[in-house]
Design a protein around this ligand. Structure first.
Ligand SMILES: [Zn+2]
Length: 359
C-alpha cells in the first residue's frame, strides 16, 4: 500500500486536472474488475459483477487541492489563485510543481517580498494569496511562456511520500489518494460479492463533490460508501473533549459531518451494518461526529429518490497541507471493512433498506 500511495500522491492532480492520477489508478484497478471505463468528466468507474441483483457504489476522490496560474508578470513571476480549500499559511516558501497543458512539469517556489523591507505589522500576518507569487527562475514573461506555461495551468506542492515512525507516513494529496488506495485494496480483497460493486475514483470533490454527483446519477446505486480522510484531532492544542478521531484506532464510521445543508447525516442502517461487521470481524473502528467538512457520500445520498449512504473515514492530521500524516494500519482496516461490506450486502438487505409500502 505504501508503494501505491507513494506513486499516486506524488502525481499533480488538482480538481479538474486528475488525468495523470487516473491513468495510474486505472492500471491498478484493472485486474480486480470485470469492466472499467471513464466518463466525460474523467471519473473512473470499475465494475465487479455480483451473483445477485443490486448495486453498491464505493467512491474515493482522485483530486487534490492546488493552484491555478492566474497571471504572468512582465518580469517572469507567476500569480496564483486557489483550487479548493487551500490553506494560505501553508503556501509560503514551498516548492511547487507546475503542470502545463501539454504535460510538461516545471518546478517553482512560492516567494514573498523580503522581511527586511516589510513593515513590522506585515510580518505578524499571514499573507493573502494575492500577495504571493511563484518564481520558476525566469526573468521575463517571454521566458515563462517559452516553457509552455499559460494562464490556467495548474500547480501543486512538490512533496514525496515519506515514512515516519511505525506505520505512519507523511506527504501531500493524502486527501484523498489514501481513500483511493483503500478502495483499490478492497477491490483486490473482495471475493464473490452478492450484488454488483462499482468502484468509483471521482473528480472535483474538493470543489463541491461534483464527480460523485455525476457518477451516482449514471450508476444509480442502491447503497453507497465514500472513503475519505477525516480530521484527526489528537494533536497538541486540541482539548481531549474535542478529539474526534485518532490515528491508528481504525477507520471512523461516520455518524455525521458538515453541520450544514451540504453535510451528511449517515444512513442509520448503513452505520449499523458497518458497526456489526467491524464487531464480527474484530476490525478496530471509531465512530465519528465530525466538526466540519464533508465527503462524496453527501452528493451520492441525494441522487434521484435518495441513496442510503455512509462514509468510512481515515483519520489524517494536517489535512490540506503538504505534510498530511496518516497511519497505514488505518488504511488496511478501512479496506477490510469495505471488503466485508461489499461481500455481505445482499439483494434482500438492499430491499429492506429501500423503504416499504404501508398500504
Ligand atoms: Zn477529501
Amino acid at each position: 500500500m505504501f508503494e501505491w500511495l507513494k506513486k499516486i500522491t506524488e502525481i499533480p492532480g488538482p480538481s479538474g486536472r486528475e488525468d495523470g492520477v487516473r491513468e495510474v489508478v486505472a492500471e491498478l484497478l484493472k485486474p480486480y474488475v470485470d469492466k472499467l471505463w471513464i466518463d466525460s468528466w474523467g471519473n473512473l468507474i470499475g465494475l465487479k459483477k455480483g451473483s445477485g441483483e443490486g448495486k453498491i457504489m464505493i467512491a474515493a476522490h482522485m483530486d487534490e487541492i492546488g493552484l491555478f496560474v492566474s497571471h504572468i508578470e512582465d518580469d517572469g513571476y507567476i500569480r496564483i489563485l486557489p483550487i479548493g480549500g487551500v490553506i494560505e499559511r501553508a503556501l509560503l516558501y514551498q516548492r511547487v510543481l507546475l503542470k502545463t497543458r501539454d504535460g510538461r512539469i516545471i518546478r517553482g517556489v512560492i516567494g514573498l517580498k523580503p522581511p527586511h523591507v516589510a513593515k513590522p505589522e506585515e510580518l505578524q500576518k499571514v499573507p493573502e494569496i494575492k500577495e504571493l507569487f511563484v518564481d520558476i527562475g525566469a526573468s521575463s514573461r517571454e521566458e515563462v511562456e517559452k516553457q509552455g506555461i499559460r494562464v490556467g495551468d495548474i500547480l501543486v506542492y512538490e512533496r514525496d511520500l515519506a515514512p515516519l515512525l511505525g506505520s505512519r507516513v507523511t506527504g501531500k494529496a493524502i486527501d484523498d489518494r489514501v481513500g483511493v488506495v483503500a478502495m483499490l485494496k478492497a477491490a483486490q480483497l473482495i471475493e464473490n460479492p452478492k450484488v454488483d460493486v462499482y468502484f468509483v475514483a471521482t473528480v472535483q470533490e474538493e470543489v463541491g463533490l461534483k464527480g460523485a454527483r455525476m457518477t451516482a446519477f449514471s450508476i444509480s446505486p442502491d447503497v453507497a460508501l465514500a472513503i475519505d480522510v477525516t480530521i484527526a484531532s489528537d494533536v497538541p492544542g486540541v482539548a481531549k473533549a474535542e478529539w474526534y478521531t485518532r490515528l491508528g484506532k481504525g477507520p471512523a464510521i461516520k455518524i455525521a459531518d458538515g453541520r450544514s445543508a451540504t453535510g451528511l447525516i449517515a444512513h442509520p442502517k448503513v452505520i449499523d451494518f458497518l458497526v456489526s461487521l467491524a464487531d464480527k470481524y474484530k476490525i478496530p473502528y471509531q465512530v465519528e461526529v465530525a466538526a466540519g467538512g464533508t465527503t462524496d457520500a453527501s452528493a451520492i445520498a441525494l441522487n434521484k429518490e435518495g441513496v442510503p449512504a455512509g462514509t468510512l473515514s481515515i483519520p489524517a492530521r494536517y489535512i490540506h497541507s503538504p505534510v498530511e500524516v496518516i497511519d497505514l494500519d488505518d488504511v488496511y482496516n478501512t479496506a477490510l471493512l469495505a471488503k466485508y461490506f461489499a461481500e455481505e450486502v445482499t439483494t434482500e438487505w438492499l430491499r429492506e433498506v429501500k423503504g416499504r409500502v404501508l398500504k
